[in-house]
Design a protein around this ligand. Structure first.
Ligand code: NAP
Ligand code: ZN
Length: 346
């Protein structure tokens, strides 16, 4: 058992407090990781504010961890002390069900163990990456390629895989018109992935403020959704729309921009249900879908793809005592494009 510092929320919406938590003794297949950086995902805010319900407090959020291995259990084969590694949204799964066997542990039928705000299979609460160290089963750890610095690598562990996975599954690529809705942490990575995959990329953002940056990240077109003319100009345009917005949107307005057989994939996870008119689907054979992060194998593939294609999040590094302020800025869409906590300041 080792005691370490962490940032915790004692109850929903309360400010962060510096606290001490315990990490378990290394099991034979565990690695101990010194967390160097942890990204701030909007899901951390949904959870810390208990917007989705079921919040377990005190809570130590954080599922975009990048760090260095400092010890390994005797049966560990994939990692060695000194390796640069990442941990994302989950830290255990049954390993035996149909989904685990095909590398999609996020859909584990026993229930995937999330990196925080979750109970592990022994019934203990999990604590996430706003902390100095973590102990994780090696099967849930990925290797960060040398080409990626640890600070920029951290947001890839959630924002990266959450956008890479659906873009790949719904075949973003040459000849495909893809729209990315919302250019925040997830959205600005989605633009880079969709561009690297060869798709024609359009950004749909609330304002024109991010236009130049969207272009520099690989967007071919950019429209402001605050302008109603955008929706008529883009009617029946896209094969795929990836919605990364954290709030509810007018689904019918977005569905109207899909071609026949087009798909609107939601990764943004607002706390209230969305509504849509089923005739919009029927009359144009459109689909509406969702996607949850991605499996460990695909996360490694995404990191290697990022290294190969020079894809990296744009980050703003903050100290541990700036997290409350950062949450406020994320909520105001005032982040370009991911806050990353420097754990040395904890
Ligand atoms: P973020 O950095 O806050 O980005 C969200 C973006 O959505 C904002 O930058 C803004 O972009 C746009 N937006 C915000 N409020 C809006 C509104 N009221 N109307 C229209 N657009 C709005 O958040 P994030 O970390 O990328 O996460 C986005 C969502 O994905 C969250 O709900 C999060 O929980 C969810 N998520 C899901 C998964 C999954 O597995 N499905 C994984 C991670 C995160 P513009 O300024 O460009 O308009
Ligand atoms: Zn996340």
């Amino acid at each position: 058992m080792c005691k370490i510092h962490a940032l915790s929320v004692p109850r929903a919406k309360a400010p962060f407090e510096k606290t001490t938590i315990e990490r378990r003794e290394l099991r034979p297949d565990d690695v101990l990781i010194d967390i160097k950086y942890c990204g701030i995902c909007h899901s951390d805010i949904h959870n810390a504010y208990d917007e989705w319900g079921g919040g377990m407090f005190p809570m130590v959020p954080g599922h975009e961890m990048a760090g260095v291995v400092t010890a390994v259990g005797p049966k560990v084969t994939k990692f060695a002390v000194g390796d640069r590694v990442g941990v994302g949204c989950f830290v255990d799964s049954c390993g035996e069900c149909e989904y685990c066997l095909r590398g999609e542990e996020q859909f584990c039928t026993k229930g995937v163990v999330l990196s925080y705000n979750s109970l592990d299979y022994d019934g203990n609460p999990t604590y996430g990456g706003y902390s100095q160290k973590i102990v994780v089963k090696e099967d849930f750890v990925v290797l960060i390629p040398d080409a990626l610095d640890l600070d920029v690598a951290s947001p890839l562990l959630c924002a990266g895989i959450t956008t890479y996975s659906p873009l790949k599954k719904w075949s973003a690529g040459p000849g495909k018109k893809v729209a990315i809705v919302g250019m925040g942490g997830l959205g600005h990575l989605a633009v880079q992935f969709a561009h690297a995959m060869g798709a024609e990329v359009t950004v749909l953002s609330q304002s024109l403020n991010k236009k130049d940056e969207a272009r520099s990240l690989g967007a071919d077109h950019y429209f402001a959704t605050s302008d109603p003319a955008t929706f008529s100009a883009l009617a029946s345009r896209f094969d795929l729309i990836l919605n990364t917005v954290s709030s509810n949107l007018d689904m019918d307005a977005y569905l109207s921009m899909l071609r026949v057989d087009g798909t609107l994939v939601n990764v943004g996870a607002p706390s209230q249900p969305d509504k849509y008119n089923v005739f919009s689907l029927i009359m144009h054979r459109r689909s509406i879908a969702g996607s949850l992060v991605g499996g460990i194998r695909e996360t490694q593939e995404m990191l290697d793809f990022s290294a190969q294609h020079g894809i990296a999040p744009k980050i703003e590094i903050i100290r541990a005592d700036q997290v409350d302020e950062a949450y406020g800025r994320v909520l105001r869409s005032d982040v370009r494009y991911r806050f990353v906590i420097d754990m040395a300041t904890l």
